[in-house]
Design a protein around this ligand. Structure first.
Ligand SMILES: O=C(O)c1ccccc1NCC(=O)[C@H](O)[C@H](O)COP(=O)(O)O
Length: 240
């Protein structure tokens, strides 16, 4: 994790401030619910430190298949060195689909928000620390919907104090890289009703998805289980 963070700190920001006309994630979730399906953010994740190999398919094709499979939104890795992502992939994907797109990266400072437009942007409470309220505000000022990721009760408290209204509870401990779906079950009851809760990481099966929904997940963020094989069929399975 140290190498990922060191690289993240060094990555440059954008040259001009972005101004995003964002596609509403809460509305997309409500529409999926109304249609009786499970809201899933499907992640275009070519590789990761815990995955073997690299998926070389055109990310735009993968994204289209995910949307055809019923994804409510997409998450696109833009981290280049450890996840095989790029800002260019995100830009192309957002142009090709009409669902909200989350920029998945390790954003450490404000100027990095200006690298590329997206509808949602991930801010990881553990890594931005005391800078979280300022980054939430800076993201909103640019039109982004910040998705604040937490893994502990303290991080959840910090996220809520920073005004987060979309919170991702990551079942993956980014220190040990271990996944435990019990994390979401433990923290979700601590969040106020009006916060939109996303269960992140480790959802592999329909049973896992049901478990997270029963624990209060408004949406699920799924990478590996969708990227492994036929992404359209995998998305269909988890969104039904
Ligand atoms: O996925 C990893 O190996 C990883 C390693 C180090 C830091 C972050 C990592 N993943 C970030 C994520 O949050 C996941 O990509 C996302 O939640 C999807 O998880 P999964 O469905 O388990 O692939």
């Amino acid at each position: 994790m140290r190498a990922i963070l060191e690289a993240a700190r060094e990555r440059p920001g954008g040259e001009t401030r972005v101004s995003v006309d964002a596609r509403s994630f809460p509305e997309a979730v409500a529409e999926t619910e109304a249609a009786g399906r499970v809201p899933v953010i499907a992640e275009v994740k070519p590789t990761s430190p815990t995955t073997e190999g690299v998926r070389e398919d055109d990310p735009v094709e993968l994204a289209r298949e995910m949307v055809a499979g019923g994804a409510t939104a997409l998450s696109v890795l833009t981290e280049p060195e450890h996840f095989g992502g790029s800002a260019e992939s995100l830009r192309r994907i957002r142009e090709a689909v009409d669902v909200p797109v989350l920029r998945k990266d390790f954003i450490m400072h404000e100027a990095q928000l200006d690298v590329v437009e997206s509808d949602l942007v991930l801010l990881i409470a553990r890594f931005v620390g005391e800078g979280l309220p300022d980054l939430v505000e800076a993201a909103r000022d640019r039109g982004f919907q910040p998705l604040v990721e937490v893994h502990t009760r303290e991080e959840l408290t910090a996220a809520l104090a920073a005004g987060a209204d979309i919170v991702g509870i990551n079942n993956r401990d980014l220190g040990k890289l271990e996944v435990d779906l019990g994390t979401f079950e433990e923290l979700a009851p601590e969040a106020p009703e009006d916060v939109l809760l996303v269960a992140e990481s480790g959802v592999k099966t329909v049973d896992d998805a049901t478990r997270m929904r029963e624990a209060g997940a408004d949406a699920l963020l799924v990478g590996t289980a969708i990227m492994d094989g036929d992404v359209r069929r995998n998305t269909e399975t988890l969104t039904q």
